[in-house]
Write a protein that binds this ligand. Structure first.
Ligand code: ADP
Ligand code: MG
Length: 374
């Protein structure tokens, strides 16, 4: 009885998860900084799934526009809260799924904060990257009687459509030169969170070295931490693989072409092109289009086998709430709406809404049965 109830419960839970689809969009609003806007905000209202922003019209009239996503994190959301909604996705990597997590938004909107954390890292401040790996170690350890896992990481930077290995160094041990989709990149075996810390520091240092020639290159390049998991079922001997790409994207701000020239213009064009390519790929996956245009950028080529099919995608869309950011905020939300729109289309929401509710009710009654059976 008891065991069956547990199993039922898990099955229903998975069904609820599946109904949500393979593409998710979460929006995170950064706390407001002082500055020029005198405390004025371009964010009008935040609900669980809907955000309303100011969208002044051309004739200067104040307008508003609402956007609906899978989840909105308000400025008070902690790193732990943001992670806890991401955790089931991350855990699926250990079951052999491919997962891509992106941080999108204009420079200064909080992408690196979400993925890595603030500059002065504290335990609470740890971002999704660190928490994800910590979680993978913990769970793989819990399963060690039945499955033996090997976890490897790779760190790349894409700048002007060129891929650089952030772990390129002589003093890395345990590394093979068979990177994921980048054959000569270092793929390094890790077995503890301190291994991960060391590698991230190394990657960060290399990134800084690359950027000395140019201030703040990091906001104009994509950085991609890839975690590769190999699991071996100790009973059957079967081997399976899962992978997770954690991508801190280049700043999405539109650059005024009349104001920049030379290298700066080239950069802006590369960024626009690759973010547009990413948007196109996700939008065509969301609409279940037969042609997915992976080949239009290095980033989408690199992630091709982890986008679409059974793979799961999560985009964290970051919003800067200051009033003067309203133009960028609106364009960021429009980008996000485009990649999320089909999953959240009105008809589907209603249908899923009813199904999800029904399943949730069943879970509640099973939980009651479980409590009674104990
Ligand atoms: P981006 O990577 O998008 O350019 P950052 O993550 O560097 O932006 O964030 C810009 C600044 O705002 C950093 O100083 C960062 O620590 C701070 N910040 C961003 N998001 C938050 C947040 N949710 N809570 C507190 N501080 C944040
Ligand atoms: Mg950043």
């Amino acid at each position: 009885g008891y065991k069956r109830v547990l199993e039922e419960n898990r099955k229903l839970y998975n069904q609820v998860q599946d109904l949500k689809g393979n593409i998710r969009v979460y929006c995170r609003v950064r706390p407001q900084f002082g500055g020029q806007s005198n405390g004025l905000s371009c964010v009008d209202n935040i609900e669980d799934r809907t955000i309303t922003v100011l969208a002044p019209t051309k004739n200067g009239k104040e307008g508003r526009k609402s956007f609906t996503f899978n989840k909105i994190f308000s400025p008070s959301a902690t790193q732990a809260e943001v992670f806890s909604d991401t955790q089931p996705l991350i855990r699926s990597v250990l079951d052999g799924y491919n997962v891509c997590i992106f941080a999108y938004g204009q420079t200064g909107s909080g992408k690196t904060h979400t993925m890595s954390g603030p500059k002065e890292l504290t335990e609470e401040g740890l971002g999704v990257n660190y928490r994800a790996l910590g979680d993978l170690f913990e769970i793989s350890n819990q399963r060690k009687e039945t499955i033996s896992y090997e976890i490897l990481v790779q760190m790349l930077e894409i700048y002007n459509e060129q891929v650089k290995d952030l772990l390129a160094t002589d003093d890395i041990r345990n590394s093979s030169q068979n990177g994921i989709n980048v054959p000569d990149a270092n793929l390094v075996r890790v077995s503890s969170t301190s291994d991960v810390m060391n590698l991230m520091n190394l990657g960060q240092k290399n990134r800084t070295v690359f950027s000395t020639a140019m201030n703040d290159r990091s906001s104009r390049s994509h950085s991609c931490l890839t975690v590769h998991v190999q699991g071996k079922d100790l009973t059957s001997g079967n081997v399976f693989h899962g992978s997770m790409h954690l991508v801190d994207l280049a700043g999405s701000e539109r650059v005024d072409k009349s104001e920049v020239t030379g290298d700066r213009l080239k950069e802006a064009q590369h960024i626009n092109k690759s973010l547009a390519a990413l948007g196109d790929v996700i939008a065509s996956l969301a609409s279940k289009s037969s042609h997915v245009p992976y080949r239009n950028s290095k980033l989408t080529q690199l992630l091709q086998d982890s986008l679409g099919g059974q793979a799961k995608t999560l985009m964290f869309v970051h919003i800067a709430p200051e009033y003067e950011a309203h133009g960028e905020t609106l364009s960021t939300l429009k980008f996000a709406e485009r990649v999320a729109t089909v999953e959240l289309g009105a008809a589907k929401v209603n249908k899923d809404g009813a199904e999800v509710k029904e399943l949730k009710d069943q879970i509640a009654s099973l939980k009651a049965a479980l409590a009674a059976a104990k």
